[in-house]
Design a protein around this ligand. Structure first.
Ligand code: TRP
Length: 439
């Protein structure tokens, strides 16, 4: 069977941008930027995302492209080529990132389910008649979410069933432009609300004192890794479908930039509106499922803006969830010789069934989400970096990243990747555990 490919650089970048832009941009970035110093937060954020996490992005892409395999096959090849007989060990190691991202998918699909429900609530205009804060508590953690969860798994399944080009790429080519357009519309609405000024000040005015606090830097670093979908599986498998003439350094700068713009748009679509209605910007689910419905309930034209908002977040969710399912699908196809159709169906069922107990208990949901993102995912990111830069070798890695690039990395990149990037990836893992989650 011939390996699938993106149609070109644009399709590859859009799919990667789609993976990068997700709930992390919407329910974490906007709040964090405000809480950790406003414009001042952009200093550590941009530093980490452009100078550190982008190395991880290029590493995963180039790793996948050089081996034309997902993590399991790629690790296996590299191990085997260094020392005959160690391939199985490599494959076993490569299994970790795939599993990690699949574990993230399992709970992410549940959140997309909630979003689908809220999208429907916004369409029917239900926010105006319901007790919004109470509703979220009585809906999540109950059997009522199961049907929505199923819809999210089904939606992801259908996209991935159609494959790399006709499924993932096509879906992103539709969803990304719509997402950006909606965010721009929402931003204009948000910043022109009476009272939006306080929110703008909260976001813009730099609070330099925050830069003296360790936590600001830690959160910016966690954000950088999570937002670029680093974990050793997603970007790696996306890279394995990239053409040899794809300029990886340039693609990575574009992906990082688009992802940053999306984060900023989301932040300015959300925070000024929250301030305009005297609400508190919250972090995480509370922002998306309580504060924001409240905002749209009070805003002139809130019905239509609410529909647009939840549609855009649903798109952000699906463009990420497909990238979490694909690594396992590739693994099943490559290792077990399964057809894409069967791999997708089996894995979707598995993800759904494992997710069921998380549907009905927020405690279990929280525990699962923590284990997946705090412990397993950062480990996957670290392992892939070590295998690529240390075992495959920093010189080979640099050559793969530079292949057909206009601007190439010099020799300095090798120690930088091997020592600086890998140490930071290790630090991300440690900080995740120490802080109970930073991504
Ligand atoms: N980057 C996405 C976000 O910000 C999440 C995401 C998608 C992800 N695919 C991933 C995170 C793979 C880690 C690994 O929401």
């Amino acid at each position: 069977m011939k390996r699938e490919r993106w149609t070109g650089k644009m399709g590859f970048i859009l799919a990667s941008v789609g993976s990068a832009i997700g709930l992390g941009n919407i329910w974490l970035f906007s709040w964090r930027m405000g809480a950790y110093g406003g414009a001042a937060f952009l200093i550590p954020y941009l530093l980490f995302v452009f100078c550190i996490a982008s190395v991880g992005l290029m590493e995963e892409w180039a790793f996948g492209r050089s081996q034309r395999k997902g993590a399991i096959g790629a690790f296996k090849n590299v191990f085997e080529s260094k020392k005959a007989g160690t391939g199985a060990l490599g494959a076993a190691l490569g299994f970790i990132p795939v599993l990690a991202v699949f574990a993230v998918y399992i709970f992410y699909a549940i959140v997309i389910g909630w979003l689908l429900k809220y999208f429907v609530l916004s369409v029917t205009g239900a926010f105006s008649t319901m007790n919004i804060p109470e509703y979220f508590g009585t809906f999540t953690g109950t059997g009522e979410t199961i049907g929505w969860h199923a819809a999210a798994v089904l939606g992801t399944m259908v996209i991935v069933l159609f494959g790399v080009r006709k499924g993932i790429e096509k879906a992103n080519k539709i969803m990304m432009p719509v997402l950006f357009s909606i965010l721009v519309i929402l931003l204009i609405r948000s910043v022109t609300l009476p009272g939006a000024g306080d929110g703008l000040a909260y976001m813009f005015v730099p609070d330099w004192a925050k830069l003296a606090e360790t936590e600001t830097w830690v959160m910016a670093l966690g954000q950088a890794f999570f937002t670029l979908s680093l974990g050793g599986a997603t970007m790696l498998v996306y890279g394995s479908y990239a053409r040899d003439d794809t300029d990886i350094p340039s693609a990575s700068m574009q992906t990082v930039l688009f992802n940053f713009i999306a984060s900023l748009l989301a932040a300015f679509a959300i925070i000024p509106a929250v301030f305009a209605f005297d609400l508190d910007p919250a972090a995480g689910p509370g922002l998306l499922f309580v504060t924001i419905p409240n905002v749209f309930d009070q805003m002139p034209g809130g019905h239509i803006f609410g529909i647009l908002f939840f549609l855009s977040v649903v798109f952000a969710g699906f463009s990420s969830s497909v990238s979490m399912l694909e690594p396992a699908v590739e693994g099943f196809m490559d290792k077990l010789g399964m057809s894409r159709t069967w791999a997708v169906i089996v894995l979707s069922l598995v993800a759904f069934v494992i997710g069921l107990p998380l549907d009905t208990s927020m405690a279990r949901f929280g525990l699962w989400a923590d284990i997946a993102t705090v412990y397993v995912l950062p480990f996957g990111a670290l392992v892939s970096a070590v295998v690529f830069f240390w075992i495959f070798g920093a010189d080979n890695a640099r050559a793969e990243i530079n292949k057909n690039a206009v601007k190439r990395f010099g020799k300095w990149f090798e120690p930088y990747a091997k020592y600086v990037f890998v140490s930071v990836a290790l630090l991300v893992m440690i900080l995740n555990i120490a802080f109970g989650g930073i991504g």
